[in-house]
Design a protein around this ligand. Sequence first.
Ligand code: 13P
Length: 250
Amino acid sequence: MKRKNIAAANWKMNTTVQEGVALMTELCAHDLDRDAQVVVCAPATHLYSLGQLSTPDHVATGGQNIYTKDSGAYTGEISCPMLLSTGATYAVVGHSERRAYFAETDEFLGQKAKAALSHGLTPIFCCGEGLEIRKAGNHVAHVMNQLKASFALLTKEEVAKLVIAYEPIWAIGTGETASPEQAQEMHAAIRTFLTQAYGEEIAQGISILYGGSVKPANAKEIFGQPDVDGGLVGGASLKADSFAAIVNSF
Ligand code: 13P
């Protein structure tokens, strides 16, 4: 099975609605590789306006977070039906910033992924290790434990619908990128875990993205690794030119 190449932008907590609309408009004015799935994960306040723009079919929008419940007294949270009603079809789940600043646990993130899938949203499920863990050489075991703990709540059919993003925390926003070999090592380990747990067909069908200081200058080499199927891009997605160059790096 041919996996989807995906270039996903994570704008994080940047841009006003007006700036976001201008950025999306400028991005879509570029000639974007039609074989790549483009996903713009914008702040929730922006998604409805972005959904009203006329964008090419291969450009989708996504949320950066969701809550597990559909509605109710959960002040400040955003439900899957709310995200879907903006036109978004993806949701980032388990970004390291949510894990670190909002104490989101592996189990809770498994529940979020399950909620997203039950509504037909595609989770971009993030994992990754911090610098200490990398230095100690425990990075592969750490990431496998994250995935095992979260995916325990999911059926095989649900796992098959995920997109996974490996984002080493030491490479996020630091300008330091994992080398293509370091990215490939982890992506191959993730795919081996998926093969052992869910079978070859499912493992081969899941797109695994790399995130952490992806830029136009390094995207081609990283995306060229056999188990790297694209990127989740923070800083470099805030300029239309640089994100378009990344989209066109497959
Ligand atoms: P940077 O591309 O800014 O390093 O951010 C990566 C990231 O966290 C994407 O989710």
